[in-house]
Design a protein around this ligand. Sequence first.
Ligand SMILES: [Ca+2]
Ligand SMILES: [Ca+2]
Ligand SMILES: [Ca+2]
Ligand SMILES: [Ca+2]
Length: 403
Amino acid sequence: MKITILNLTLIITSFALVSCGDDSGSTPVPTPTTTTEYSGVISESVTWTKDNVYELSGRVVVPSGVTLTIEAGTVVKAYPGQEANACALIVARGGKLMAEGTAAEPIIFTTTADQITNTHTNYPGFANLDESYKGYWGGLIVLGNAEISADANQKQIEGIPASDSNGLYGGSDNSDNSGVIRYIQIRHGGTLLGDDNEINGLTLGGVGNGTTIEYVEVIGNVDDGIECFGGSVNIDHALVWAQGDDAFDIDQSYSGTINNFMGIADAESDHALEIDGPEGSMVGQFTMSNGTLKGFNSNGGEYADFRKEATGTLSNTYFYNFSCSSDFEIDGSTNTNGANSLTFSNLEFNTSHLADSCKNMVSVICDDQTGSSANFNATDVLTASVGADESKFTSWTCYYREN
Ligand SMILES: [Ca+2]
Ligand SMILES: [Ca+2]
Ligand SMILES: [Ca+2]
Ligand SMILES: [Ca+2]
């Protein structure tokens, strides 16, 4: 498929000067002048600039050998699409995304129904849509050549039809570089495609640790906020708010580090953490540290589900506001990856909001713990002494702007 670029609208540039004769005011900010629509494969490297609005239709692919650069402050809006034609931005293996926002000017990926622009008075907060609006488009999918643990050394990513080879991920290069993602928001995505065929806010398939991912917020996604299918990329400063499934989901022996993370559940959320084990012979170790995870006390949001053979370390993480029925589950009677291959340290649970009968959470939630294969070190607290450094999120996320 070739790229189509349509200049849909040309809005007369307007400057927000109250009086033409008054030159003492602040510098006027031009409104975006052009809306540019993309669909299909981007055939050559291109830069998207903040003076335009970019609209995505169907799958938009950054293929091998091509770099998509997105300027700080750029707003990218996606059309809804249906099922196999759901709208997503896909960085294929060998392609690069250089999306370098700043705290003052994050890059926003959202739906065409969202009226936010970089000149909106509430940018980068909400315009007309809040976190409850979900599933208006797909999401951002980055695929790389790093190792995955699966029944083959490359797989087709969820949500992309098997006929599209740009959906393949996995390989042997753990230092693979898919670019830079910094200060971005991903809003209102997660179009459902059917069973086991879902789009997360940020999907990372076999992404290597030459890639930089830091300061990411996912808001109101139907499925998971961030899901890692194998790969070795590290993620710093990630916040997921009001996801429909899990805030952070790990599969296929993801072996990177997620450091300084937050998950804020709503009534529709499932687990804060859902961690699966290897699906092939490669056994990788995930590392998650310095997290703050908020449940939804009345009915939504479980703590965590560590599925059979999950292998790695969760440390310095604070859980609060979860419901009485929430569980912290460790599946399987044995972990053949070796004793102590799943380690929890310095976990704190605040259950002070619950009825007395619900307060002994640590023993309740570990009822599926499996002896030496999982070390558990947790305390019930009133005030957190571990958790995320929230100062990394306060100035640029919707969550902190709106709460
Ligand atoms: Ca998912
Ligand atoms: Ca789940
Ligand atoms: Ca999930
Ligand atoms: Ca999963």
